[in-house]
Unconditional design. Sequence first.
Length: 82
Amino acid sequence: MSTINVTEARANFSELVARSHNEAVFIERHGRTEAVVISPEQYERLMDALEEAEDLRAFDSAVAEEGDNIPWAQAKADLGWQ
C-alpha cells in the first residue's frame, strides 16, 4: 500500500496505474484519502469476497428464521425440478 497526493497522481498517472498492479494506491487531497486505485484482478477478488460474505449472511439469516421446514422433495417439486 502506498499513498500519493492528487497532484502527484495527475502528473504520474501511468506510473500510478502500473503501481496499482502490485499494491493499492491511496490518493489524498488535503491530507484526506479521496480514492484508492487497485488492479482489476484485485477488484474482482474484493467483489467476490463481498458477494461470498453477503451470501453467508443471507444463509445465516435464513437458517435462523422461525417456521416449518419444507422437505427437500417438496421444495424441488415447488421449483419444478422434478
